[in-house]
Design a protein around this ligand. Structure first.
Ligand code: SF4
Length: 222
């Protein structure tokens, strides 16, 4: 075969990653291992082509859900906002970003936030949403003053879905903002955070996908 289509797709998806500025934090980072976020500011890495493909698939699925919601024949749920912007200014730093996996919707006269996540995991085994996704949706509900949320997981192999309702909890949202404050403090103090994902069994899966697992995040370094 004269053409390597894998390479062609990777070339098409390749984007230069822009370095992050300390003091400006992205809402999508809310539930990341704090050490990984810290490294991403200090030692930015080029995006792994495999991850680029995964993100692109996620965007395609997001567009598909937008199409489902915006179908004129859909009378069950109405779109109020998509590609939502978020800004949570704090005295020392700013949490802000445009979030394309979030929709603001109404159904039965109730307003809620929908967070769409593509997954390759078996939906049948899924008993609860991931901590990181709960943290993100709490932040979105907080900034948009919405009390109800739904995390929708869509199986990228079958388009089957499973969803979890999440009620706004100001304590959780404040906790997420406090995590950003801690990240900000440690970045400015040049101090490495604890390897959270290694320390919390339910977060251990993050290390498998972490570009800093080799060469940076050695077990005893703190
Ligand atoms: S390897 Fe694991 S603990 Fe270390 S930075 Fe990455 S996600 Fe965090």
């Amino acid at each position: 075969m004269p053409v390597d289509f894998n390479r062609l797709i990777e070339k098409h998806l390749h984007r230069e990653s822009r370095p992050k500025r300390v003091g400006y934090y992205y809402p999508s980072e809310a539930g990341n291992c704090m050490r990984k976020s810290w490294y991403s500011y200090k030692y930015p890495q080029p995006l792994d082509p495999k991850k680029g493909k995964y993100f692109y698939l996620g965007n395609l699925l997001h567009d598909f859900i937008a199409e489902v919601i915006e179908n004129p024949e859909n009378t069950e749920v109405r779109l109020l906002e998509k590609e939502v912007s978020l800004k949570i200014p704090q005295p020392e730093f700013m949490i802000s970003g445009r979030i394309d996996d979030i929709f603001v919707l109404t159904a039965d006269g109730r307003k809620f936030i929908l967070e769409v996540k593509s997954t390759g995991q078996s939906l049948g085994w899924m008993k609860s949403p991931q901590d990181a996704h709960v943290m993100q949706i709490q932040l979105y509900m907080h900034s948009h003053e919405v009390k109800e949320g739904v995390i929708l997981y869509v199986d990228k192999n079958s388009l089957e879905s499973r969803w979890f309702e999440v009620r706004y909890d100001p304590a959780v949202a404040e906790g997420v903002i406090a995590r950003f404050a801690e990240l900000d403090r440690l970045l400015k103090a040049e101090r490495l955070p604890d390897p959270e994902a290694r320390q919390r069994p339910e977060w251990a899966w993050m290390c498998k996908y972490c570009e800093y697992a080799q060469g940076f995040c050695v077990v005893n370094k703190s």
